[in-house]
Ligand binder design. Sequence first.
Ligand code: SF4
Length: 67
Amino acid sequence: MPRVRVDAGKCVGHGRCYVLAPDVFEEDERGHCVVPREEIPESLADEARRGESNCPEAAIRVEGEGG
Ligand code: SF4
């Protein structure tokens, strides 16, 4: 299964990830990104990669199948 990692040290809370990919990313009380599940089904991989490619801080990494 693909894995999603967020570098909390890079995330500054733009919110693009959880706006564009709300099934994968959520916001905490400060507006920073959290991932409730690091392992996601392949069906959510495209959405996860949408968040990855739209994070201005390059804080998100999606690893695993489907490149
Ligand atoms: S888009 Fe990037 S910087 Fe913004 S909340 Fe998501 S992970 Fe954090």
